[in-house]
Write a protein that binds this ligand. Structure first.
Ligand code: BGP
Length: 470
């Protein structure tokens, strides 16, 4: 089969600092919200880091990055998405000078990537707000966070701007409305946060993101700045107009983030929502001006789709990536209840391209599954045909979207090496091509083993997608 993927297409994998690095108290790092979330978003936070929090050691990427990047290079990665831990650079978040030891660590990571010709794709803030900012300022509800983030982003652009081309400002920025502590460092318990506060926090993040774009233009003119949104297409549960309207409203609650990033102002439907809720946000003229600094590209995660219904008797909240939704009776689900829908990825790609006309980057996609490490011909491996099938089917749909004329820059699978899950903080929810010997109880050698999907993905990359099976 001839490949629909352009020769410039970037292939790789993605991780986040808090889910891989470990070394939570080394190199001058301060605590982040993740260090007190031993159960992810499904469980309560703790007052201090506790030994059962797998993220404190994670998979020890902090010490093993060279070995791991060499494995990515062996698969032929042309890009690797990782995040910088804010609390390594500004341990408390509100200091005026960055922590040199933290910057130096990422210099070493970049050296390694450069050695292998892998293009870095850096997330500036991936669910890692410094804990001090959460506890002292109530996170992004406080306008001062804009200034702290600005200083942080500026230090990164100054230090790495000549080495890193692709940047993402906030991971899954729309998740703020659903997971306020993890996503926005908002310390107030979720059910006590006033809606107004939440929307104000959203506004602060959007302004901070746009400011980062403005700063990058001055400090690192070659940088390409992208926003990053959690995508979750919805289907009407029935063909009734009322269900179609539900879909529109669900879409709006997510698309508003991309609309602001791509168009530079709040859309009418969002202003209407605020009006009807009687919410008046504190938006200054300077904020409005800042928001006009639109992004160069739009990146997103895609795992699943949902259904939407106006019928309150059928409104059940299914499992899913942070927000979940009404289960779709036509789709199968993963072991964690996330519904599998490759066609949804083609729909999202078309919708985003039609709407924003900005290049798109798929920066998360993958299947979280339990794996069995077994021995085949004397070599330890995982025969993960289920993961291969999931990724193959999604990539086939990316190929379809490319043929539809959508501009897609690249694709990074989520958790290219097994990492700690964001929602449940388990290691047994594995996404990787590389198995890491660590268990949910913290035992394990941390040794790495190639799964069957390792060779499969290497083949996909080598053939630029021609080896995919429609
Ligand atoms: C996204 C996050 C990631 C990641 C992924 C998979 O929401 O950006 O950090 O972990 O989902 O989710 P989980 O780890 O809960 O399976």
């Amino acid at each position: 089969m001839t490949s629909p993927f352009p020769s410039t297409f970037l292939w790789g994998g993605a991780t986040a600092a808090n889910q891989v690095e470990g070394a939570y108290d080394q190199g001058g790092k301060g605590l982040s919200v993740q260090d007190v979330m031993p159960r992810g978003i499904v469980g309560p936070r703790t007052a201090e880091p506790t030994p059962d929090n797998l993220k404190l050691e994670a998979i020890d990427f902090y010490h093993r990055y060279a070995e791991d990047i060499a494995l990515f290079a062996e698969m032929g990665f042309t890009t690797y998405r990782f995040s910088i831990a804010w609390s390594r650079i500004f341990p408390q978040g509100d200091e005026t000078e960055p922590n040199e030891e933290g910057l130096a660590f990422y210099d070493r990571v970049l050296d390694e990537l450069e050695k292998h010709g892998i293009e870095p794709l850096v997330t500036i803030s991936h669910y890692e707000t410094p804990l001090h900012l959460a506890e002292t300022y109530d996170g992004w509800t406080d306008r001062r966070l804009i200034g702290f983030y600005e200083r942080y982003a500026r230090s990164l652009f100054e230090r790495f701007g000549s080495r890193v081309r692709y940047w993402l400002t906030f991971n899954e920025i729309n998740s703020l409305l659903h997971a306020p502590f993890m996503s926005g460092g908002i310390n107030t318990p979720k059910d006590e946060i006033a809606e107004e506060q939440l929307y104000q926090a959203m506004h602060h993040e959007l302004v901070a993101s746009a400011r980062a774009t403005r700063i990058a233009r001055e400090v690192a003119p070659a940088a390409q700045i992208g926003c990053m949104v959690l995508s979750m297409p919805a289907y009407p549960l029935s063909p009734s107009p009322a269900d179609a309207l539900e879909v529109m409203e669900f879409d709006h609650s997510n698309l508003v983030f991309g609309d602001v990033h791509a168009r530079g102002a709040y859309p009418g439907y969002f202003l209407r929502t605020l009006r009807e809720k009687g919410i008046e946000l504190d938006i200054t003229d300077e904020d409005r001006e800042d928001l006009t600094n639109t992004v160069d590209f739009v990146s997103f995660s895609y795992y699943m789709s949902v259904a939407a219904t106006a019928d309150s008797a059928k409104k059940t909240a299914g499992e899913g990536n942070i927000m979940g939704g009404v289960p779709n009776p036509t789709l199968e689900a993963s072991e964690w209840g996330w519904q599998i829908d490759p066609v949804g990825l083609r729909l999202v790609l078309n919708q985003f391209w039609d709407r924003w006309q900005k290049p798109l980057f798929i920066v998360e996609n993958g299947l979280g599954a339990k794996d069995d490490l077994i021995e085949v011909d004397g070599v330890k491996t995982v025969v993960d045909d289920y993961r291969i099938a999931y990724l193959n089917d999604h990539l086939v749909q990316v190929g379809e979207a490319l043929q539809d004329g959508v501009n897609v820059l690249g694709y990074t699978t989520w958790g290219c090496i097994d990492i700690v899950s964001a929602s449940t903080a388990q290691l047994s929810k594995r996404y990787g091509f590389i198995y890491v010997d660590r268990n949910d109880d913290g035992t394990g050698t941390l040794d790495r083993f190639k799964k069957k999907s390792f060779d499969w993905y290497a083949d996909v990359i080598r053939t630029n997608g021609a080896s995919l099976r429609a």
